[in-house]
Design a protein around this ligand. Sequence first.
Ligand code: NAD
Length: 434
Amino acid sequence: MNLTVIGTGYVGLVTGACFAEMGNKVYCVDIDEEKISNLKKGIIPIYEPHLATMVIENQNKNNLFFTTDLKEALDRTNIIFIAVGTPQEGDGSVDLSFVYSVAKQIAENISKDSLIVTKSTVPVGTGFKIKKFIEENKINDVNIDIAANPEFLKEGVAIQDCMHPDRIIIGSENEKSAKILKELYEPFVANHERFIFMDVKSAEMTKYVANAMLATKISFMNEIANICEKTGVNIQSVRLGIGSDKRIGYKFIYAGCGYGGSCFPKDVKGLINTSVENGYIPRILSMVDEVNEIQKMVIVDKIISKFGDDLSNLTFAVWGLAFKPLTDDVRNAPSITIVGELLKRGAKIKAYDPKAIETFKREFNNENIEYTSSRYDALDDADALILITEWKEFRSLDLDELSKRLKSKIIFDGRNIYSKRIEDCGYELFQIGC
Ligand code: NAD
């Protein structure tokens, strides 16, 4: 099949590469000229395991093309995926300006009957609004159908998720569109029935509900962790105790210093906004978001309890800046709140992350942050270590190295990855809910 994917970010680039890997001809379009020029040379703009190889191999096979010229892509394809960003507005609503700008460009350039598929996470009803806009503004007499095919990939394992999806949600207006998308996705689910067909609006809603449910589990456990701390209970034992119940399960019940990323925070707020716009005040969802914001401060509060509110003359080693391991994405990462709060109180930061230093630097241009090229270099002369992202390389500690470099044996573990046993070696270990 011949496809256009508009937007070459975390979702568009991975999806485009995976469709190409299955033998389709895929035109990836972006307005960012530098990104497209780099992609043509095999320079990948994001860190995502296995992505670079897949992109380069499929370009070499002439299955994957990069362009800024949407018309060129639309002239050659009849299935168009929209995968541009849908960030959050200041008031929590969803900024659909990129999506509507794409709709305008499609209307101005579309030259054949096409199926337009939203992969971007968009509020309920957006698909039909896109269709109406294109119908009213198209310059050529073509038929368009729309479908919603929300994306569930997880950064860090995006290729695996895309090549072996748990489910493929296809929201369509008619049988014809559903059939086209089923045919496109069949190679990905050759051995399992993974299709779930529904109407367009239900598919749009499903994506928000999936993220809101996962965010709710995290905020729920963080709240329980805070109660555990007050009552002298260990959240780790409680987690094991409840996770063993199959109705609850072990996933997404880890206490920590809050969730981040480009999806959970904005999608919870987006769903709240949709709800309010439609006359219903959601209570649980508002608390999920509020608990998360408070949770990002838990580590900061522990640091203040230990060192006082004035942190000038203190240096903190920070391990992990990405919002989760295996990605360079720092959008809404707890590290941004924690580092920002420490800097505000006069602290100096020495930070290390295996992949996210460059993306973090774009958020924070602050002379009081020194970035180091190894995790142990960040410890030199630091007054304490703060673990924010649980990258695998942080899991085991060389205590000799730690005691040689850290000024004091103090660790703030924002992800509960360290064993209490290190307290036997003279370390003060602060964790979440234990
Ligand atoms: P992103 O910000 O990484 O990428 C968006 C890309 O779209 C950018 O490269 C940008 O230059 C490009 N773009 C903007 N306007 C354009 C236009 N008019 N024409 C062509 N390109 C244009 O975003 P992302 O993280 O890939 O997310 C995309 C969508 O997928 C969002 O709605 C998001 O909520 C959803 N989603 C994201 C993830 C994730 O893990 N990142 C997972 C599932 C769903």
